[in-house]
Ligand binder design. Structure first.
Ligand code: MRU
Length: 362
C-alpha cells in the first residue's frame, strides 16, 4: 500500500526520552505546523479540551500517553508514596477522561490503561509496571495505525470508478488519528491507485476543521480538493457532483446511531433525499456496545465564543446573544449506508455482536 510516503510525522507521539507527549497544535493549522511537548496531565487535558489535539482516535492515544507520562512524573516526585500509586494513577485517568465527553475512544483508551495497571500491579515493581503502561500506550497507537490502513482498504473498494466525487465533513484524516485517517485514508489509497477522486470538503462551522485541516492535508497530498461552506451541501448534491459521502465517527451506539461532528446528520438526511450513499468510517474501537442508541450518547456543548467571534476578525454577533453550540450530532442508523471498520463494512440493521469484546470500546 502506497500510504507510507504521504506523511512525514505522526500527529501524536511519545518523545524519545519518554517524558512528553508530542502533538501538532491543530489550532494553528494550516498556517503553522508547530509541535508541542505536553509534560503533565494538565497540559494534556488543556490540549484535548482546546482541540490542539482532536479527532476521536487521536485524543485516545494522547490521553494514554499522557496517563503514562504523568504517572511517571508523579512517581519521580520527592515524597512519592508507592502505597498511593494506584489512587494517583486513577485520579489522573479520570481527570483526563473528563476533558471531552463524546468520543468513546478517550474513555476506552484510558480504561484499557487502567485494566493493564490492575492486571499487573500485584506482580510487578513500580518501574516495571510503568514500562508495561508505556507498552500499552504504544500498542494503542500501533493498533490505530493498523486499523486505519485496513479501513483504507475496505473504503477504497467503495471508490469504484475514476474521478468519483466524495463529500466529507470535519477532519477524519491524518491529524485525527496517529497516521493516515479513517474517512480520508481510502481517498489517499484510491489516489495512489490512480483513481483521482474529487473531494469536496465542508468548512465545518464553527471550528473550521474542514477548511483548516482537511483541505490542508488533502491539498498537501495532491488530491483534487474543493472547499465549500456547510450550507452549500444541498446545492452540491443536487448538482450531481457527489457520488459518495465519507465521514468519521466519535461514537457508534450498539444500534448503529452515530455521533460525529455537528452537521454530519444534516448530510445524511440530504444524502437520503438525493440517493447518495452515506458512509461512516471508523475503527471498531469507536463502537460502544454499552451505549444502546444515539439518545444515550453525551453530546459536548462548547463555548459561545466559538460561534460569535473565534474565527472572525471582529465579533460578528450581538453582545449578550444566546448561542447554541453542540460539537456533535447523532446520525440515525437507518440513514447510514454502511459503517466501514478495519474488520469490514457493516450494513443496516447494524449488529456488532460478532465482534470480539477486545475490539470494542469497553
Ligand atoms: O471536535 P473534533 O474536531 O474532535 O471532532 C472530530 C470529528 O467529528 C471526527 O470526524 C471524528 O472524531 C472522527 S476522527 C477519525
Amino acid at each position: 500500500m502506497q500510504l507510507d510516503s504521504l506523511f512525514t510525522y505522526d500527529s501524536v507521539a511519545l518523545n524519545a526520552a519518554g517524558d512528553g507527549v508530542v502533538i501538532v497544535d491543530q489550532t494553528l493549522l494550516p498556517g503553522e505546523e508547530r509541535f508541542l511537548t505536553l509534560r503533565d496531565e494538565h497540559e494534556v487535558y488543556e490540549a484535548i479540551a482546546k482541540l490542539r489535539v482532536r479527532g476521536a482516535p487521536a485524543i485516545g492515544i494522547a490521553a494514554a500517553y499522557g496517563l503514562y507520562v504523568a504517572s511517571r512524573r508523579a512517581a519521580a516526585e520527592p515524597g512519592f508514596d508507592i502505597a498511593n500509586a494506584r489512587d494517583e494513577f486513577y485520579r489522573i485517568s479520570r481527570y483526563l477522561c473528563s476533558a471531552r465527553p463524546t468520543a468513546v475512544n478517550l474513555s476506552a483508551a484510558l480504561r484499557r490503561m487502567e485494566r493493564r495497571f490492575d492486571s499487573l500491579a500485584a506482580r510487578l515493581a513500580f518501574p516495571e509496571l510503568l514500562e508495561a503502561l508505556h507498552g500499552e500506550a504504544e500498542a494503542i497507537k500501533a493498533e490505530d495505525m493498523a486499523m486505519c490502513r485496513s479501513i483504507a482498504g475496505f473504503g477504497a473498494e467503495l471508490i469504484s470508478r475514476p474521478g468519483m466525487g466524495i463529500l466529507t465533513h470535519c477532519n477524519a484524516g491524518h491529524y485525527a488519528v496517529s497516521r493516515y485517517g479513517t474517512a480520508l485514508a481510502p481517498i489517499y489509497l484510491a489516489q495512489s491507485r490512480g483513481m483521482a477522486p474529487r473531494v469536496y470538503v465542508d468548512e465545518t462551522r464553527p471550528l473550521m476543521q474542514g477548511a483548516r485541516i482537511t483541505a490542508f492535508e488533502l491539498q498537501k497530498a495532491g488530491v483534487d480538493v474543493t472547499l465549500q461552506c456547510d450550507n452549500m451541501a444541498a446545492s452540491l448534491m443536487a448538482s450531481g457532483k457527489i457520488d459518495l459521502i465519507f465521514t468519521g465517527c466519535d461514537r457508534v451506539a450498539a444500534n448503529g446511531d452515530t455521533a460525529n461532528k455537528i452537521g454530519t446528520s444534516a448530510l445524511a438526511v440530504l444524502a437520503s433525499y438525493y440517493h447518495i450513499p452515506f458512509y461512516i468510517l471508523g475503527p471498531t474501537s469507536s463502537i460502544d456496545p454499552t451505549t444502546v442508541s444515539g439518545a444515550d450518547i453525551p453530546v459536548e456543548q462548547r463555548g459561545e465564543d466559538e460561534v460569535t467571534e473565534l474565527y472572525f476578525r471582529k465579533r460578528i454577533a450581538p453582545e449578550g446573544i444566546s448561542v447554541y453550540n453542540p460539537a456533535f450530532d447523532i446520525t440515525p442508523a437507518s440513514l447510514i449506508s454502511g459503517i466501514v471498520t478495519e474488520k469490514g463494512v457493516f450494513r443496516y440493521p447494524y449488529d456488532f455482536s460478532d465482534l470480539k469484546q477486545k475490539d470494542l470500546a469497553l
